[in-house]
Design a binder for this molecule. Structure first.
Ligand SMILES: *Cc1c(COP(=O)(O)O)cnc(C)c1O
Length: 396
């Protein structure tokens, strides 16, 4: 156990000291202009990170899962049909939530390790002449498999089919770390949480609604109280929530958005790509493979690494925790025991990544895998020393 080592789980992520401190503040009146000075710029910061001019940003005391519930209950009615692919644990859990809310889910079973099948979406939507499908669900980054899907392609498929369904995107492990274009992709609801790209403790569901999605609340019949966006809007108009907001987390969110925007979104995304590329160079040097089926699907926030047949990948995660005090992610669902995951999003640097690669390497050698100590580290070092081209800007 160590409180000094960085974590390499794909959320909660490491917290920059300044952001952690911003969450620790004295009590203020949470229905006051003073709270408004935190609330409104934090929402505006999220909107900018979503790359939207118009999205209504709502923040609930919850987590990403509550963000999904916000998306569904504010826009849909029991018996409505939604279209979703299942290609990992998180898309699976979103489908499960839809079913528990009495929605009818048209499921496209997709192999884990593959991306969202935009071509199948197009066929299904084109065949839905009566427009029974009210929403298309898309998990931008499948955290279980380290697969990034092409949301622009999903939008193109919807447009090509001439289908009016809304587009809901789970961006929990992508927003704030990988490029996300709410307006350009025609997203109707984007969902994330505080503990991944925003580098905060868990505790906030962060969602963006298009005007169309806001309007859908007028006819949406699913019950909602805590997650009602119209109640939230009324609260915001009075510098408040409909209930007690987690003021410290909101203050942390404000600083997190400022920190990301000060680094510059392009620089944030380039940093994640560079760090991920170094980790992938290490994986290649180990002669191991990613769960993601092809390079266009490689996630810049999490790598799920396949271990040889007959080896329990979870042993790496257990040994890293027990012997070296370092946290990696286990395989979930269908890939449990078959992969281990390195999370490399949020407050992460090349140098931190090297320590994670070195630890994974020690564990694999300890457990008898045919891997040479230093091979992955050296490959990543070569990559990093050759790819850092901008002078370091200290932002947090
Ligand atoms: C973490 C995660 C979730 C769940 O978020 P919680 O904050 O744990 O509720 C949902 N989707 C994806 C893609 C995730 O990575």
């Amino acid at each position: 156990m160590s409180f000094q080592n960085p974590v390499f789980i794909p959320g909660p992520t490491n917290m920059p000291e300044a952001i952690r401190k911003a969450c620790d503040m004295p009590t203020i009146d949470h229905r006051s202009p003073l709270f408004g000075q935190i609330l409104h710029p934090a929402r505006a910061g999220v909107q900018e990170i979503l790359k939207s001019e118009t999205a209504e940003v709502f923040i609930f005391p919850s987590t990403g899962t509550g963000g999904w519930e916000t998306a569904l209950t504010n826009t849909l009615s029991a018996g409505d049909t939604v279209l979703a692919a299942r290609n990992g644990m998180f898309s699976h859990r979103w489908i499960d939530m839809c079913q528990r809310h009495g929605l009818n889910v048209e499921i496209v079973e997709t192999p884990w390790g593959h991306g969202l099948p935009a071509d199948r979406y197009e066929e299904i939507l084109a065949a839905d002449k009566g427009h029974k499908i009210k929403a298309v669900l898309a998990t931008h980054n499948e955290t279980a498999t380290g697969v990034k899907s092409d949301i622009a392609a999903v939008r193109r498929a919807m447009d090509a089919a001439g289908h009016p369904a809304m587009l809901f995107v789970d961006g929990v492990s992508s927003i704030g770390s990988m490029d996300f274009r709410f307006d350009e992709w025609g997203v109707d609801v984007a969902v994330t949480g505080s503990q991944k790209g925003f580098m905060l403790p868990a505790g906030l569901a962060i969602v963006g609604f298009s005007q169309r999605a806001v309007d859908a609340t007028k006819t949406a019949g699913l019950p909602r109280t805590f997650f009602d966006i119209n109640d939230m809007t009324k609260g915001y108009n009075a510098n408040a929530f409909p209930y007690t907001p987690p003021v410290g987390l909101m203050n942390g969110l404000l600083l997190a958005t400022e920190t990301l925007l000060k680094e510059g979104l392009d620089n944030v995304f380039a940093r994640h790509t560079r760090i991920a590329s170094g980790i992938r160079a290490a994986i290649h040097a180990w002669d191991l493979e990613l769960c993601a089926a092809s390079p266009d699907l490689y996630s810049d926030t999490v790598s799920a690494i396949k271990t040889p047949e007959g080896f329990n990948a979870t042993d790496i995660v257990s040994l890293a925790a027990e012997k070296y005090g370092v946290a990696f992610g286990t395989g979930l669902g269908e890939v449990a025991g078959k992969v281990f995951r390195i999370g490399h999003l949020g407050s992460m640097t090349d140098v931190m990544a090297l320590s994670g690669i070195a630890t994974a390497e020690m564990c694999m050698v300890d457990l008898g895998l045919d891997i040479k100590l230093g091979s992955g580290v050296a490959a990543a070092q070569e990559y990093y020393r050759g790819s850092i081209s901008v002078p370091l800007k200290v932002v947090a």
